[in-house]
Design a protein. Structure first.
Lengths: 111, 115
């Protein structure tokens, strides 16, 4: 129940295209869903996050879509750029517990 | 503002050797964490601390020990290194859980190889 599933494992997108990464969870007690971005040789950094009281959150080219009934959430990167090439981790958290991370998606944006 | 600082960046150990991975943060965060990252496995929590003098096991604590004598420092100790401990280790810190800011701040990692 503490697992967060993430797909795809890797993703190749052309510059200007849309990148979509999907995550699913089982524990309905989770109340905070962040996405972390990690560049090679660096630690992960918070990209965007959402709480289950909204269905979508947008920050620039990055959007989280959240489906509470399906227990799924996804990251959409619009107008993908080569600089977006990184590994993306979804995560889930609930008060008093620790974060649970998905296995990661390696995104490559071709110029 | 340095954030979370980890040392060393790289280390090669022989089986059975011991070492300490250092982590320090200058943001006065109460919570600190140690994660290991293996290819295709995401981030697995080793140990965490909610404040000085308090530590607790995470998902994969076997083979590791921690201490938290100050708010700033959270070292991770490997006593008898094994090949299964070959990984990239990340230290992180955050404000107390349940606040409006639940952001994890990560260090740049330590790549450890046990041969």
């Amino acid at each position: 129940q503490q697992q967060v599933k993430q797909s795809p494992q890797s993703l190749i997108v052309q510059k200007g295209g849309i990148s979509i990464i999907n995550c699913a969870y089982e524990n309905t007690a989770f109340d905070y869903f962040p996405w972390y971005q990690q560049f090679p040789g660096k630690g992960p950094a918070l990209l965007i996050a959402i709480r289950p009281d909204v269905s979508e959150k947008k920050e620039g080219r990055f959007t989280i879509s959240f489906n509470k009934s399906a227990k799924q959430f996804s990251l959409h990167i619009m107008d993908s750029q080569p600089g977006d090439s990184a590994t993306y981790f979804c995560a889930a958290h609930n008060y008093g517990q620790n974060f649970v991370f998905g296995p990661g998606t390696r995104l490559s944006v071709l110029p | 503002n340095a954030g979370v600082t980890q040392t060393p960046k790289f280390r090669i150990l022989k089986i059975g050797q011991s070492m300490t991975l250092q982590c320090t943060q200058d943001m006065n965060h109460n919570y600190m964490y140690w994660y290991r990252q293996d290819p295709g496995m995401g981030l697995k929590l080793i140990y965490y601390s909610v404040g000085a003098g308090i530590t607790d096991k995470g998902e994969v604590p076997n083979g590791y020990n921690v201490s938290r004598s100050t708010t700033e420092d959270f070292p991770l100790r490997l006593e008898l290194a094994a090949p299964s401990q070959t990984s990239v280790y990340f230290c992180a810190s955050s404000y107390p859980q349940g606040t409006t800011n639940e952001k994890l701040f990560f260090g740049s990692g330590t790549q450890l190889s046990v041969l």
